[in-house]
Design a binder for this molecule. Sequence first.
Ligand SMILES: Nc1ncnc2c1ncn2[C@@H]1O[C@H](COP(=O)(O)OP(=O)(O)OP(=O)(O)O)[C@@H](O)[C@H]1O
Ligand SMILES: [Mg+2]
Length: 243
Amino acid sequence: MALLSIRNLHKQYGSTTAIPSLDLDLQKGEVIVLLGPSGCGKSTLLRCINGLEEHQGGSIVMDGVGEFGKDVSWQQARQKVGMVFQSYELFAHMNVIDNILLGPLKAQNRSRAEVEAQADKLLARVGLLDRKTAYPRELSGGQKQRIAIVRTLCMNPEVILLDEITAALDPEMVREVLDVVLELAKEGMSMLIVTHEMGFARKVADRIVFLDAGKIIEENTPEGFFSDPKSERAKQFLAGMDY
Ligand SMILES: Nc1ncnc2c1ncn2[C@@H]1O[C@H](COP(=O)(O)OP(=O)(O)OP(=O)(O)O)[C@@H](O)[C@H]1O
Ligand SMILES: [Mg+2]
């Protein structure tokens, strides 16, 4: 069984159908990059998977855990599925380590010593251990985003969802963040990634899933997708991209 099985997912915003009916499996250790034009439903899909948006039909099932919102609460689901956003979502009034510890201490009732030891290791890995007591306003965008990744990792999720995490960064900071994600992929983290960085998509993905109007139009290997896309729609999309 796949780690995450999405079946007949239907998402409606009022009278707008964002996702008519979508099936997608994520295997353990797999990295899927979701591509598609603006408004095709990439963020909606990620937000439905961890319950930030309610879906109106279908199911999201995690192997060994069950159906989100049915067998397990969305609060429990969000501990299994971490998400990193374009806008970091760090608390401005808390320093780095307090931002990182908040979820594990409050939602997971873990001991401060245990989580802090894990946090220290991860901060060192992303080169930010010396910024442990800094406040978000004292950090660059790239640093804030690496902290946001560490915060997500400290929850020990099974899957991480990344929604355009470099889109708000100055170009010189994109690399330092994407390198962290490439490392995670190499270590076998299961991820669903939305990105506009095509070179990165090609490098990090095991599979490219191309969406249009809330539907999967094409699934392909990165090589296949970028050098010889099967669908007309994907050809058009790639022709309009600058990479
Ligand atoms: N909160 C909302 N209320 C109403 N409609 C929404 C809402 N969020 C998204 N939509 C609509 O749902 C569709 C999918 O939007 P979504 O944000 O998922 O696209 P996206 O692929 O992430 O686009 P982008 O690449 O611009 O981020 C669009 O038609 C959008 O207008
Ligand atoms: Mg989006």
